[in-house]
Design a protein around this ligand. Structure first.
Ligand code: SAM
Ligand code: SF4
Length: 356
């Protein structure tokens, strides 16, 4: 093991704050002993902070319309090849009721940035979903006005997921035309002020990204003090300008996840659908490198093929039952168990939430 790597790992193991240099060093763990030790430590830190519980967050992808044109995403507005849909409210509520029967503690309402929905309509959707079961609700609908976020919170939303995508402002502006990293971060701060449990995160393997960018991603997540961080590989989509780029590297994604676990010991980290798409064992590997959350797809089967943010998205050929079954057996296979709680952040200010 290289000396500087061993030093950074010892600092992490001793709970000493890692410098940017340490993070860069750890992100470059070499195959063999360095990777093994990094993954073992991340797994231990996950165990110490969250035990062996895995939290399930059931996602309902309720609209694939999007006003944005992100270069990496299949839902971008310039993609004329996909059929667009919006799931009627009654069907969303029925799905939520079904999730309640399956014992889900969190529902994630996700969509493209769809201006069809006013803040009031989103609030109504949240209220109806909250009435359908004893859930925490996470909303993931992109950049909206502060007023809209306030309406969602008043309607009972508990968490908001807005990935910063990349901490490199120039890369962000290039890949997300018409938007800026500064505006994204401003919204993450609003969400915090409004009282949400805040989730963010980034993709690994975006063209133009460096290991320094990944270190800055992790440092930004730390600065934002997020309660959840989704870190998954970039997967190219044929109907986007990034169609010919390479996909994110599996090992680099696992290393980024592991280092994030060391820097953010109390943050929920999902084994993402994207890593499960990249490799059939990807989610299991992620669970062994610091992850403690999985987000099974609960969208009604008929809509799934149309929510292709990237191709062959894991679960897109299943129904909700099959996705649930698959994830529960995966959790058992790795010797962990599914949490019966809502899986709120362990931070003091989010404790004493109503029991389920
Ligand atoms: N529209 C909202 C937004 O962008 O925040 C929420 C939905 S968006 C489809 C959810 C996430 O999908 C994004 O945060 C992004 O990280 C991820 N995503 C989009 N295209 C991707 C790709 N090609 N590979 C991996 N992840 C992708
Ligand atoms: Fe729209 Fe989100 Fe896809 Fe960007 S990542 S095109 S905002 S759905």
């Amino acid at each position: 093991m290289r000396e500087d790597f061993a030093r950074a790992l010892t600092r992490a193991a001793g709970g000493i704050e890692l410098t940017r240099e340490d993070i860069i060093t750890l992100l470059q763990a070499l195959p063999g002993e360095e990777e093994t030790k990094l993954f073992e430590l991340a797994d231990r830190v996950r165990q110490e902070n969250f035990g062996d519980e895995v939290h399930l967050r059931g996602i309902i992808e309720f609209s694939n319309y999007c006003r944005n044109d992100c270069h990496y995403c299949g839902l971008r507005r310039s993609n004329k090849e996909i059929q667009r849909y919006r799931i009627p409210l009654e069907e969303i509520v029925d799905t939520a009721k079904y999730a309640a029967e399956l014992g889900y503690g969190t529902i994630v309402l996700q969509a493209g940035e769809d201006p069809y929905y006013s803040g009031e309509e989103l609030a109504e959707m949240i209220r109806k979903v909250k009435e359908s079961g004893n859930f925490a609700v996470t909303v993931c609908v992109g950049e909206r006005s502060r007023k809209d976020y306030e309406l969602m919170k008043e309607a009972g939303a508990d968490r908001y997921l807005l990935k910063h995508e990349t901490a490199d402002p120039a890369l962000f502006a290039k890949l997300r035309p018409g938007t800026s990293l500064a505006e994204r971060i401003k919204r993450l701060q609003w969400l915090r002020e409004i009282g949400f449990q805040v989730g963010s995160g980034n993709m690994v393997g975006l063209p133009g990204q460096t290991v320094e960018t990944l270190a800055d991603d992790i440092l930004l997540l730390k600065e934002l003090d997020v309660e959840m961080a989704g870190i998954g590989p970039f997967i190219p989509h044929d109907q986007t300008p990034l169609r010919d780029c390479s996909k994110g590297d599996l090992k680099q994604t696992l290393k980024t996840l592991a280092v994030a676990r060391l820097v953010l010991p109390q943050t929920h980290l999902p084994a993402t659908t994207a890593i499960g798409t990249l490799h059939p064992e990807g989610r299991k590997m992620a669970l062994a490198c610091g992850a403690n959350v999985i987000m099974p797809n609960l969208s009604p089967a008929g809509y799934r093929q149309m929510y292709q943010i990237y191709p062959e998205k894991a679960g897109s050929k299943e129904n909700a039952d099959e996705s649930h079954e698959k994830i529960t057996s995966l959790v058992k296979e790795v010797g962990r168990h599914i949490s019966k709680g809502r899986g709120d952040s362990p931070k003091e200010q989010f404790k004493n939430r109503p029991a389920r």
